[in-house]
Design a protein around this ligand. Structure first.
Ligand SMILES: [Zn+2]
Length: 480
């Protein structure tokens, strides 16, 4: 019997970095999980995913990060954020109604913001998002200076989408958002048409960390002319159109009256319910609006805390879990620091599961695995980046989170996916990579000294409050 020629072992390929010995949750189409898994990264992208033994024999790299059994998963995608409102966190509006807040304090706050303040706010917001396991955010189109937002995000290595500032042109429509009267951004069709698409130039660099998309404020503030122009701009540029919609009954009712039909039915009629559209909130959904939503391919950024902290009722009126179960692309968002307070997508995912179970009276309506799907894959698709991010697969961007498992909430070691959502939350986020670069290492941001971020944001907040003539008064006043 002839001897079989031994096959020569293939020389290992080079990589720049290997993350090994992880409880690896890939979120790939087969939802593969490895209890001892590894990811090889070259440049900005993933070049190998599999069992640690395999990856470590197939690749060599100058640096190997040992995850020590901690969970590694794709970075979360924050699909609805106002990153420039962080300076107002916790400062006003805890117990007053939105109607009281809208025309007064918050308007003064937004009017007082300078580009430097927006830069400072975005630094804090990005640090917070990264620390909580998010690697990409979609800005809501409410920054005066998308350049300032982009600069801050790039400084910390955060991926993001920015839009043009405050595109709105339907004045005097009761419903909240339009209560803002911004000196720098009046409701005006001509202004919107001039600005529309102004951020798309960023997309000429295929490796741009911060990209442009089309954002309009929405929520009763756009004429059909603006809605249609925004959709056409998004279509021709191959990007998403992002807007607020049906946050609460008042703005949905305003749209109903303006159009003489239910808000979402009208938006469907003018072509706005489409696969490249992302609506934030959608807490109000009436029965006739369900089928058009389901057949549209539209994505919704569900913001549970953005509703719950203000008692809006989105968790029991919104039907997000039902739509998710029926195949709709439901993603998640933290909204804003003056609304939801925390930019913690893991927390939003937890609240989504809990509120859906409470409302439906069943534990099967949403699971921990559903929560992770909404936070990763669905977020990537909502942002129009499903071919780049959202899962750990060869060819995709190396945007991933390395968690530790040496905290009490991670023990006993049973099902790390369930524990991630239900018990550890974000406190196990340890090291984060975006585009192949380590942006958080042992919980410390690598792009800027954290003390400098804190000083910058605190002094910006002081300036804004002085400009507003606003002094914060705690309900429990300190004695000294
Ligand atoms: Zn919003």
């Amino acid at each position: 019997m002839p001897m079989k020629e031994p096959t020569a072992p293939r020389p290992p390929e080079t990589a720049d970095l290997i993350v090994a010995h992880a409880y690896l949750v890939t979120m790939d189409p087969e939802r593969r999980v490895f209890s001892d898994g590894a990811v090889a990264i070259r440049g900005r992208r993933i070049v190998g995913v599999g069992a640690s033994a395999e990856i470590l024999s197939e690749f060599t790299a100058p640096r190997v990060l040992d995850a020590r059994g901690g969970v590694v998963h794709p970075g979360f995608v924050e699909c609805h954020t106002h990153v420039t409102y962080h300076l107002a966190r916790g400062a006003f509006g805890d117990t007053i109604s939105y109607a009281e807040l809208g025309p007064t304090t918050e308007l003064d706050f937004v009017n007082a913001l300078t580009d430097e303040d927006e830069y400072a706010s975005t630094l804090l917001a990005c640090w917070e998002m990264i620390s909580n396991g998010a690697t990409c955010f979609v800005e809501a189109g409410t920054a005066y200076s998308p350049d300032a937002v982009a600069e801050a995000a790039q400084t910390l290595g955060m991926r993001g989408l920015v839009g043009d500032p405050f595109l709105w042109d339907a004045e005097d429509t009761p419903g909240g958002f339009n209560a803002y009267r911004l000196e720098r951004a009046p409701a005006d069709t001509d202004r919107c048409m001039r600005l529309l698409g102004g951020q798309l130039h960023r997309n000429s660099d295929p490796d741009a960390l911060v990209r442009g998309h089309i954002a309009i404020a929405g929520m009763g503030t756009a004429t059909d002319e603006l809605e249609r122009a925004a959709k056409a701009a998004a279509d021709s540029a191959g990007v998403i159109l992002n807007q607020h919609q049906s946050y609460y009954a008042v703005d949905a009712g305003t749209d109903d009256r303006r159009h003489g039909q239910l808000a979402l039915l009208h938006l469907d009629e003018i072509g706005l319910l489409d696969r490249n559209c992302l609506f934030a909130h959608v807490n109000v959904i009436r029965d006739p609006e369900v089928d058009p939503l389901l057949s549209s391919g539209l994505s919704i950024a569900w913001c549970p805390a953005g509703s719950m902290l203000w008692g809006v009722g989105g968790t029991f009126r919104g039907r997000h879990a039902e739509l998710y179960r029926r195949g709709m692309n439901i993603a998640l968002g933290s909204d804003s620091a003056n609304w939801a307070n925390r930019f913690d997508l893991g927390l939003q995912a937890y609240l989504a599961v809990l509120s859906a179970r409470e409302t439906s009276g069943t534990r099967t309506i949403l699971t921990a695995e559903d929560a992770l799907t909404m936070a990763t894959l669905n977020g990537a698709r909502a942002a129009g980046l499903e071919h780049e991010i959202g899962s750990l697969e060869i060819g995709k961007r190396a945007d991933l989170v390395i968690r530790r498992n040496d905290v009490p909430e991670a023990f006993p070691l049973t099902d790390p996916v369930l524990q991630l959502v239900y018990s550890t939350g974000s406190k196990t986020v340890n090291t984060v990579l975006i585009d192949g670069r380590i942006v958080l290492e042992d919980r410390v941001p690598t792009g800027m000294d954290p003390d400098r971020i804190l000083e910058t944001t605190q002094s910006a907040t002081g300036r804004v409050f002085r400009q507003m003539g606003f002094t914060y008064e705690p309900r429990w006043k300190p004695l000294n």
